[in-house]
Design a protein around this ligand. Structure first.
Ligand code: NAD
Ligand code: COI
Length: 331
């Protein structure tokens, strides 16, 4: 098959090369985003990775070029216009679980960073205040109550990690897991907010979850509680989070999926920089840890993302059922 691979980074290239060598498939790779303007040649399918939108014009262009399959190399599909995909006869797949552990471990990283006041310690050291750096007393994860919102693949991986640390785990999910080896207490959303020292989000960015954590939810959380979002950009009402931090109500925040990431990324691509005062305000706080949507970013995950997306294209082309086919935003 001939595949156009968009959004390719250097770390993905070896896995793509390996695939081409093993299968004889033709892979045309580019680091560009997929857009109507960058899609200029026919192919059997597209493998793509980007957090910026897949707009109707992309699907229209795919139809014009006779390309019927779009295989995302990631999980989330909230940037896909499925109505347009269906309209233009394009079938879409994702990689539902390339490494749940990668994201769960990253949520843990944020928790430990905030519990041990690492930002304040680093800031003091950078200010040549060695003595001051030693005054930021920490809290222990094993003595904390952690609220896990969303107990799908990543939420469950996190619960297992937290069980290992001896933390008390509360969890909320309308579809709770059945694995008896997970140690946690199922609770309501309100109970979880009221009793957790740390709240970690692992739910999809579906419209119903937009600003799941807003001012009202923040007001229910324990004073000094920590909030971690490695889920989706739209889950947090960021101005409300900033206001709560300013009041000293929230103890700290970890954000890997930042609310304005799409517009900031587009600004970065178009102008070479972005100017986002809200991002700067968060970045300036020692009790905030930001990352550029990299919770997934491990060697294991990248290999699985590449291989699974190409396997999905193979299934589409062979006419066999593709378990990872997606027809509506649900991740
Ligand atoms: P999943 O589909 O396995 O699980 C999601 C769970 O959330 C489901 O069990 C569902 O019932 C539950 N849920 C939905 N809305 C809820 C709500 N309002 N309250 C409580 N539970 C709710 O998904 P997953 O693979 O565990 O992924 C979780 C999130 O992490 C997704 O949004 C995914 O896109 C995101 N993700 C982030 C990264 C990253 O790099 N930061 C990487 C991969 C995935
Ligand atoms: C996903 O796979 O959904 C992610 O959030 C990671 C990627 C888009 C950066």
């Amino acid at each position: 098959m001939k595949v156009l691979a968009y959004g390719v980074r250097g770390d993905e290239q070896p896995y793509l090369d390996q695939w081409a060598q093993q299968t004889g498939d033709t892979l045309v790779t580019t680091s560009s985003y997929l857009s109507a303007a960058t899609l200029t040649q026919p192919a059997d399918g597209i493998s793509c990775f980007q957090t910026v939108p897949y707009a109707p014009s992309v699907f229209a262009q795919m139809q014009r070029l006779g390309i019927r399959y779009l295989a995302l190399r990631n999980t989330g599909t909230d940037n896909v216009d499925f109505e347009a995909a269906v309209h233009y006869g394009i079938r879409v797949s994702n990689v539902p679980a390339y490494s749940p552990a990668a994201i769960a471990e990253f949520a843990l990283l944020d928790m430990l960073y905030l519990l041990r006041q690492t930002g304040a310690v680093q800031a003091a050291l950078h200010a040549n205040d060695y003595a001051g750096a030693g005054t930021h007393i920490g809290r222990e994860l094993g003595e904390s109550t952690v609220g896990v919102i969303g107990t799908g693949r990543i939420g469950q991986a996190l619960i297992r990690i937290l069980n290992g640390f001896g933390a008390k785990v509360l969890a909320f999910d309308p579809h709770p897991p059945t694995d008896p080896s997970l140690v946690y207490t199922p609770v309501t959303f309100a109970t979880l907010l009221q009793h957790s020292d740390i709240v970690s989000l692992h739910v999809p960015g579906i419209p119903a979850n937009h600003h799941l954590i807003d001012a009202a939810a923040l007001a229910q959380m324990k004073p000094g509680a920590l909030l971690i979002n490695t889920g989706r950009p739209n889950l947090l009402d960021t101005p409300a989070v900033l206001a709560s931090l300013a009041k000293g109500r929230l103890g700290g925040v970890g954000i890997d999926t930042y609310e304005n990431e799409t517009s900031d990324l587009l600004a970065l691509a178009n102008r070479g920089h972005f100017n986002d005062p809200q991002w700067q305000a968060l970045l300036a706080l020692p009790n905030v840890i930001l990352s550029p949507h990299i919770a997934y970013y491990t060697q294991t995950a990248v290999r699985n993302m590449v291989e699974q997306s190409l396997t999905n294209l193979q299934s589409f082309l062979a006419g066999v059922p593709c378990a990872a086919e997606i027809t509506a935003t649900d991740a």
